[in-house]
Ligand binder design. Structure first.
Ligand SMILES: Cc1cc2nc3c(=O)[nH]c(=O)nc-3n(C[C@H](O)[C@H](O)[C@H](O)COP(=O)(O)OP(=O)(O)OC[C@H]3O[C@@H](n4cnc5c(N)ncnc54)[C@H](O)[C@@H]3O)c2cc1C
Length: 402
């Protein structure tokens, strides 16, 4: 459970080679927002065989879904879950070079794609889930609104009014990864059947670019994660057929949304791991090479303490990633653990990146040394998928309720 198997090592090696050859040379242009990440994502999917791997896992899963009606135990054999450590290794490797690139890929496949695959029916999976999973279409996942971030469900203003076989959607989503270029969007809205706001259930819908009344804003200018475009979604009387509702109106959407949030939160530790691993390796090397006062700076205890702290975070975050992968494989869900690990890993990544800059002194502050980008990107891990404080408060609330 606590070490990579041969197949994981091979994937790690292959992604590292892709990153060195293809991604690293483009990172500056991506970070300056001179180019978009999507062509490179498609290249990665093809050259690493990820497209085939994900689609064949989905095929097995679809077979499982059909067979599941007769045999519930098949769920535990779910092929996608078996492969989750592979996905985490890929995210880790990409995040060593560009967490922003990882986020553009992950938001499309992991958030939008998985929401459709986990909650959608066979037709929705075939029509929307497969193109998103294969990255033939870019996906985004829209929960956050201008006035509803941490209080995403309670404060939600987006509404879907039933109208015959349709829902009429109105509202605005903001800070949505990939929104400016997404072809397929999963958005959340309250279904308004005239009941008081508080009683309106939140549900998710699939939207397609080009639908009347559906527009997106320009990409926002950001501190980091610049290689993943972020923007708004505007819905003005968007007429959505009931076939585009994910799940059934009677479903308890909070549980499904919690699953999506759990997925989103579980995606952060592998990104944190990539940032920490790269910053630690680079700092160790620098501490051995950089000479001040006639000695390598690694001989000074103040630098050693930082390195030891980085090592502890690195080991802890690895252990968390292994455990989340194991839990996914076993079909175990633990929202408290997802929130706790997300907040721990996000803080650890930021701390390690900042210490890495400190160890590198003035050079660490320069773009050339790459860790200033990792530090800028790392800050987002403390904000996206619920802020660190909100995740910690959730942990405390759930534990106190036990
Ligand atoms: C680059 C980027 C990409 C993103 N991508 C997506 C995406 O793809 N899809 C999506 O749906 N969202 C996305 N988000 C949105 C993200 O999930 C929200 O920004 C986040 O949940 C915080 O919401 P907020 O920004 O509205 O902050 P607020 O909720 O306004 O919080 C502001 C501050 O108040 C604190 N606070 C709020 N309530 C409480 C409380 N009860 N107790 C204590 N402290 C509290 C928060 O911790 C925070 O420090 C993205 C954000 C960014 C920056």
């Amino acid at each position: 459970m606590f070490e990579l198997q041969e197949q994981h090592r091979m994937i790690e090696q292959a992604v590292r080679q892709f990153c060195e050859k293809e991604l690293a040379p483009q990172v500056e242009a991506l970070d300056k927002e001179e180019i978009l990440p999507y062509d490179l994502i498609r290249k990665m999917m093809d050259s690493l065989g990820l497209r085939d791997m994900l689609l064949s896992a989905l095929e097995k899963r679809l077979e499982g879904k059909e067979a599941k009606q007769d045999n519930e135990e098949l769920d535990a054999l779910d092929a996608t879950r078996q492969d989750i450590l592979n996905s985490y290794i890929i995210m880790k490797e990409l995040s060593r070079v560009s967490p922003g690139f990882t986020m553009a890929w992950g938001a499309s496949i992991g958030l939008c794609g998985l929401a459709i695959i986990n909650k959608g029916n066979k037709e929705q999976i075939k029509k929307y889930g497969i193109p998103v999973l294969g990255f033939d279409k870019i996906g985004c996942w829209g929960l956050t609104e201008p006035e509803a971030g941490s209080d995403a469900f309670g404060g939600m203003k987006s509404v879907a009014k039933p109208d015959g076989d349709y829902y009429i959607l109105n509202g605005t989503k903001t800070f949505i990864t990939n929104a400016p270029y997404a072809d397929i969007m999963v958005v959340y809205a309250k279904i308004d059947r005239g009941q008081p706001k508080k009683e309106q259930p939140v549900h998710s819908f699939i939207l397609e670019r080009g639908m009347e009344g559906l527009t997106t804003g320009k990409p926002f200018e950001k501190m980091g994660m610049k290689d993943s475009p972020t923007g708004e979604i505007f819905m003005e009387d968007v007429k959505v057929h009931k076939d585009m509702l994910l799940g059934a109106e009677k479903d308890n959407i909070r549980d499904a949304a919690k699953e999506s949030l759990g997925n989103e939160r579980s995606g952060m530790p592998p990104m944190a791991l990539g940032i920490i691993e790269k910053c630690y390796e680079q700092s160790l090397k620098y501490a051995n090479e950089r000479v001040q006062f006639g000695r390598p700076i690694g001989e000074f205890q103040a630098v050693q303490l930082k390195l030891a702290n980085m090592y502890i975070h690195l080991q802890n975050v690895w252990n968390i990633v292994y455990r989340i992968a194991w839990m996914a494989r076993e079909g175990k869900q633990d929202f408290t653990f997802a929130c706790a690990s997300k907040s721990y890993c996000a803080r650890a990544a930021l701390e390690v990146a900042m210490d890495a800059i400190q160890i590198h002194g003035g050079y660490g502050y320069m773009r050339e040394y790459h860790i200033e980008k990792l530090a800028r990107d790392a800050k987002l891990l403390e904000i996206g998928a619920g802020t660190t404080d909100i995740n910690l408060l959730t942990v405390a609330r759930l534990e106190l309720q036990k």
